[in-house]
Design a protein around this ligand. Sequence first.
Ligand code: PGA
Length: 236
Amino acid sequence: MKKPFIVANWKMNPETLIEAKEIASFSDNENVVVCPPFIFIESVKDNLKKATLGAQNCFYEKKGPFTGEVSSKMLREMGCGYVIVGHSERKENFNEEKEIINKKIKSLIEEEIIPIVCLSEKGFSDEGLEYLEKEIEVLDDIPIDKVIIAYEPVCAIGTGDSYPVDLAKEKKVFIADIIKKKNKANTLPTIFYGGSVDSENALLYMEEGGFSGLLVSTSSLIKKEFEKIINKTISI
Ligand code: PGA
C-alpha cells in the first residue's frame, strides 16, 4: 500500500461544477487520491486519468430506507478506491461515534475499498495522548493491513498553523506502538499526516516525520500550492 500517498479532501468545496473540473485537472497525478463531494464524483471521474477516485464518507448499510445516505457499495460502483471515515468534522458536526465509524470501516473493507481512518487529537498535552488512545479503539477488530490511518491534530486542521513535525512524529510512534500491542499479527500500520499541510511542510512530514502520506484539504484546492506539494513529495 505504498502509493498513492497524497489524499485531496475537498470537503464541501468547490461551489460549482466548473471549478470542480478545474481542480480535478491539476490534481490528476498517479500519486493522488481525489475525494470530491458525492455530487461531483461522476463528473470528476471523467476528468481523472491518473489519479484515483475517492470519497469523504459513506454509510455502512448496502441499501434501503436511509434517506440522504450513500453506501460503500455505491461508491465502489462509482469507482472509488479509497474513502475517508471518521473525520473530526464529522465527529464534531454530525455526532459520528466510534461504533458507527467502525461499521463504516467494515463495510468499506467488504467492498474492497481502502478506508482512510482519521484519528483526531485535541492538542499538545498528555491529555491529548489519552484522547488519541481512545480514538484508536475504532480499529480494535479491524485488519490493520486493510486500512490507512490519518493522524490529524485538530488544532492544525484548516488553521494554517503547522503542527510541529517532531510532535507529529511522536504521535505517529505512539499510534504504531498501541496498534502493535493490540495487533498480534505484528503488521505495521500505514500512517498519513493531515492538518495544514502546505508546500513548505509537506516533505518534512514525510521525510522527518516518517509519515507514508498526507491528507490535504485547503492546499489541495489551490493549483500552484497543490502542484508544488506533488512535485516536492513525488520523488521520495
Ligand atoms: P487542512 O485540512 O489541510 O485544510 O488543514 C485537513 C483535513 O481536514 O483533512
